[in-house]
Write a new protein. Structure first.
Length: 332
């Protein structure tokens, strides 16, 4: 759990301070109807998150580098009409957007005509693969999940997470971020540093249908506090491009790309994407070690992926396939 949570007072203050000009404490209390104590406590929480609010006596408070808040209309309109397919909910703060759609909070997922999507400005308990925590701060990332129904067995979904990686790479390439690549099964890397991740969780709905909650996190401009809490090399789009990219625009285009790939995945399976996926794989033809969940370590050379998305390795014992495991480079 993120030790810091942000309450609704803090969000209201931040929204007021988004204009980047000074607001006195009395103006804040008057506009928001909160007590001085509430304002002071909320500002302390904001500060602990690494958000820099300048406090100048006589002038008040100013947020010098405010975030660009997620905006439903921009997301729906870009690039085409995403409202045809999606029902999008934007939350200020939630434990995890995946939890939200797995547990079906609000019965929000029940409208079968639309694909439910939930995005959050801040996750207090963002989850990564293999039980890891997914660390982000307020508005410094794109963190969202969508829920998709499949009339298939769980086994038919084995290549799904790889296909989601393709959608993310395609969209980043569209924004001229060309050197992004994938690490099997679905990590998105730039220069050997993690830029984005995908967490897919499935649940059986009926005997013949299953739903997948597809959670995506893309780093936009992580603060030093967040970066140092991650404990491994990470990067973000600000570091890569030198620009503050528009989260709403990228989100809109990504949703539309995800819709395309999911439709094609349903129709044709992973085979349809295999060649493209291999072309993005950072480890194709490389000597690697694969750490299996049972602590076994396999050494081999990567030789593509199978039609179900499992990894092919040429090992000393011959060619073998793996559907789980974590790749690391083999030391020479
Ligand atoms: C990974 O370990 O690489 C997967 C990271 C997935 C993070 C995203 S952020 C949105 C969604 N909600 C979560 O709690 N996790 C996923």
């Amino acid at each position: 759990m993120n030790p810091i949570s942000i309450n609704s007072e803090a969000f209201s203050i931040l929204r007021l301070l988004t204009d980047g000009v000074f607001h006195t404490e009395s103006a804040l209390t008057k506009q928001l109807g909160y007590s001085d104590v509430n304002i002071t406590n909320a500002l302390k929480d904001i500060n602990r998150l690494g958000i820099e609010i300048i406090n100048l006596s006589g002038y008040g408070y100013c947020w010098r580098n405010p975030i660009l808040w997620l905006n439903l209309n921009s997301i729906l309109e870009n690039p085409a009409d995403n409202s045809k397919y999606y029902h999008i909910k934007i939350l200020d703060s939630i434990d995890s957007t995946n939890n939200y759609l797995i547990n079906g909070i609000d019965g929000y997922y029940c409208n079968n005509n639309y694909i439910p999507v939930v995005a959050a400005e801040f996750q207090t308990n963002g989850r990564g693969r293999q039980g890891h925590t997914w660390h982000t701060g307020l508005g410094d990332s794109l963190t969202f999940s969508l829920r998709w129904y499949f009339e298939k067995n769980a086994s038919a979904l084995s290549g799904l997470s790889l296909v989601i990686g393709i959608a993310i790479v395609r969209v980043l390439k569209y924004f001229s971020i060309s050197d992004v690549n994938l690490k099997w099964p679905n990590d998105i890397y730039y220069n050997s540093q993690k830029l984005a991740g995908v967490l897919i969780e499935t649940r059986r709905e009926t005997l013949t249908s299953i739903f997948a909650v597809i959670g995506i996190g893309i780093n936009f401009n992580l603060s030093e506090i967040v970066k140092s809490s991650i404990g491994r090399k990470v990067t973000d789009l600000l570091e890569i491009t030198g620009k503050c990219l528009n989260r709403n625009l990228i989100f809109g285009i990504l949703l539309s790309e995800l819709h395309d790939v999911l439709i094609n995945f349903e129709k044709y399976g992973f085979t349809y994407f295999k060649k493209e996926w291999i072309s993005y794989h950072a480890y194709e033809g490389k000597s690697i070690t694969l750490n299996l969940p049972n602590n076994c370590v396999i050494e081999g050379t990567v030789d593509g992926v199978n039609n179900d998305g499992s990894l092919c390795l040429i090992t000393s014992m011959g060619r073998a396939s793996f559907s789980v495991g974590a790749i690391s480079m083999r030391m020479k």
